[in-house]
Design a protein around this ligand. Structure first.
Ligand code: C2E
Ligand code: CA
Ligand code: CA
Length: 648
């Protein structure tokens, strides 16, 4: 049994491990680096020994054999020199190391026999040289073969074995002492070598692990853990390389960015786990609907598609719409059937987008348009959009100029109580007359200012102006003022608004601040807190454009609202459109049930007004009463109103 284990151990030491390719490669590299030095030591020691024997031994022994050794070793070094730059495959490295083992046997036997053959010719000095030669050479070789443990072991066993047997047999006490000494030194060296080799092996294995780990990390860093789609980081890397390829090959490249419509309500209504599962299902459908293109999750409910081979624009949009249609089909979940749609913006390289940033920005711009005008469909960025972008860039530039507030003014539109025809208050509406651009519509410049993050620099002077004007009104009149999403996005911004209201001297109880549902699309909690602060100050909070957003009622309930404003789109022709009529009716009921006041916006016709009266609406705003007016005209409007009432 012991013999068997010893045999196995010996085999283990004598052979080269083939199971770890990195270890093999590292061994090969380390060994080949040291090999020329080993041959140099071997040959220089050999020729030194040959020289001390040149006059004593026959020349075939002192010149012939060393010359043969020199040629053999030189050939071996030359072979190494030729292949030194090559990174070997594990198979080649294994074969080379096995060959080294076999060569080690041959070389150890040859050099040992040669040195022994010189012993009979010399005296005590030269015999000591032989002993010294063998000892020093074997130690040097062990060093040089440190990383090919098997070869080092073979050389040690052969040379030392022969050395000990030979010198013990000489019965010369000095030689016996040298033999024992060398044996002990070599044993010590072998143990150091084994430790070193183990450390080397461990180092390679730990390097392997680190590499595997960093590969895994790299993979994780590029994959979205929920949907397992490549993530935003992978998207930009992929887009960059595809763009480079398209530039070189002169081909087209399409980028589609997708945003789900109606995802937030699902999340709100069913909870995040259903929302997460929905995103997984959307990802699956998206991947299944693609052939040569790749899908990515950019974050939240945003996805992207990079399509390297694209047909003409018409076909491209048709394909994109087909994808949107697949995503629109109902999602059956244990909790219920869920409906979402997918709006998509597409931009194509090189048409109208030549850089990565442009491609992404323009696809995003097209998406913004899809969401606004063609929800659930695909919109391709076109020349018209480009023109629009240029106009918007000019507007943005002008908005950022110094003294911009001097070009702003405020007009006021009355909100009337239909029961007595009296103005309940006025909504302040901004106007911008630019000397360069002329009159710019407020919804246009506010959305640009919002996107550019500079809207608060407009809100503050407008609020001051509106409050100054309203301070002159009789106390029964209220002021409504529109706030943008960005105004509520930071505590600091809200506190500045509070400061303006407090400094104006206008009673906050008479002020209604209008917000739209888009304001809390991003950071609901922050907006809720901001609204809370304004509410505590005494201001009323109106939800503007009610019915056009997609927020769930639970979410709205979390806000301290005082009023809702029904959007004009439901009011137009409501006396002729049963659907609009029903919607307005239920919105009025809803507001009553929620204990909120309700303003119906955009009433243009007496027929609409009549229908609203029938539905029990009280507060109305629209051209039917008055268009927005300049501050000096308010007095006249109010006096006309009272004279009208007197006539009635
Ligand atoms: P909004 O807050 O919904 O304001 C009502 C808009 O409807 C106003 O347009 C008003 O002139 C218009 N309107 C009122 N009655 C009628 C009607 O009977 N028929 C029609 N067709 N329109 C009517 P305006 O002044 O062009 O403002 C457009 C939007 O710009 C506003 O919509 C609001 O979102 C934004 N905006 C205006 N002023 C400000 C402001 O000071 N701050 C912020 N953040 N946004 C503002
Ligand atoms: Ca408004
Ligand atoms: Ca409105």
């Amino acid at each position: 049994m012991n013999i068997l284990i010893a045999k196995q151990k010996l085999q283990y030491f004598m052979s080269v491990r083939a199971d770890n390719s990195d270890l093999l490669r590292e061994q090969y590299r380390a060994f080949t680096r040291q090999m020329p030095m080993m041959y140099f030591i071997l040959l220089s020691s050999t020729w030194a020994l040959a020289t001390t024997h040149v006059k004593l031994a026959p020349s075939w022994l002192t010149i012939g054999i060393p010359a043969v050794f020199t040629v053999g070793c030189t050939l071996r070094v030359a072979f190494w020199w030729r292949t030194r730059g090559v990174d070997p495959s594990p198979k080649v490295a294994h074969a080379a190391l096995q060959r080294t083992n076999r060569l080690a046997v041959g070389i150890a036997i040859a050099f040992t026999l040669w040195s022994f053959s010189l012993v009979p010719y010399g005296n005590a000095y030269t015999q000591s040289h032989v002993a010294f030669y063998m000892a020093i050479t074997v130690i040097s070789c062990i060093f040089c073969l440190m990383y090919v443990r098997s070869a080092a072991f073979i050389v040690t066993v052969i040379v030392n074995g022969a050395f000990i047997v030979f010198f013990l047999a000489s019965q010369q006490p000095t030689f016996i002492a040298i033999a024992i000494n060398v044996l002990l030194v070599c044993a010590g060296m072998m143990s150091i070598l084994l430790t070193n080799y183990r450390n080397f092996e461990r180092m390679v294995v730990s390097q392997q692990r680190t590499e595997a780990l960093s590969n895994e990390n790299l993979l994780l860093a590029n994959i979205d853990s929920l949907t397992e789609l490549p993530n935003r980081r992978a998207f930009f890397t992929h887009l960059e390389s595809e763009l480079e390829k398209a530039k070189i090959t002169g081909t087209r490249l399409a980028l589609g960015v997708i945003d789900l419509d109606g995802f937030k309500p699902v999340n709100d209504l069913y909870g995040h786990s259903v929302g997460d599962r929905l995103l997984v299902n959307v990802s699956k459908r998206l991947t299944d609907s693609l052939k040569a293109s790749r899908a990515f999750r950019l974050g939240g409910d945003e996805f992207a598609i990079v399509a390297p081979i694209i047909p003409d624009d018409v076909q491209l949009v048709a394909n994109a719409n087909a994808i949107s249609e697949q995503l629109r089909a109902p999602y059956h979940m244990p909790e219920g059937t869920v409906h979402v749609s997918a709006s998509m913006g597409i931009a194509v390289f090189p048409n109208l987008a030549s850089t990565l940033e442009q491609l992404f920005d323009r696809a995003d711009y097209a998406l913004y348009h899809a969401k606004k005008t063609r929800r659930g469909d695909a919109v391709l960025f076109d020349a018209e959009h480009e023109k629009q972008i240029n106009i918007e860039a000019r507007i943005e530039h002008m908005l950022k100029q110094k003294d911009m507030e001097k070009e702003l003014s405020v007009v006021f539109q009355p909100i009337v109580d239909i029961r007595d025809g009296r103005a309940n208050g006025f909504e302040a509406l901004a106007r911008w007359h630019s000397p360069v651009l002329g009159q710019v519509p407020p919804d246009q410049f506010f959305s640009i200012a919002e996107r550019a993050g500079i809207v608060s620099s407009l809100t503050r002077p407008l609020l001051k102006t509106a409050l100054t004007a309203a301070s002159k009104w009789e106390p029964s009149l209220r002021l409504s003022f529109n706030l943008s999403a960005h105004d509520l996005n930071s505590c600091e911004g809200v506190l500045r608004l509070v400061g303006i209201i407090e400094n104006s001297g206008f009673d906050p109880q008479r002020l209604d601040l209008e917000i739209t549902e888009t304001a809390f699309a991003h950071d609901f909690e922050q907006v809720r807190q901001s609204v809370e602060v304004l509410r505590r100050l005494g201001c009323g909070i109106s939800l503007d454009d009610f019915g056009t957003g997609y927020s769930s009622l639970t979410r709205l309930h979390a806000l301290p609202l005082t009023k809702i404003k029904i959007d004009r789109s439901f009011v137009t022709d409501l006396h002729k459109k049963p659907a609009s009529y029903k919607i307005v009716k239920s919105l009025l009921t809803l507001s009553r049930d929620m204990g909120l006041e309700c303003v119906v916006e955009g009433v243009e016709l007496p027929e609409e007004l009549e229908a609203l009266e029938g539905l029990g609406a009280t507060l109305v705003q629209g051209y039917v009463y008055a268009r927005p007016m300049r501050e000096p005209d308010i007095g006249e409007f109010l006096s006309q109103q009272s004279s009208k009432r007197m006539v009635l």
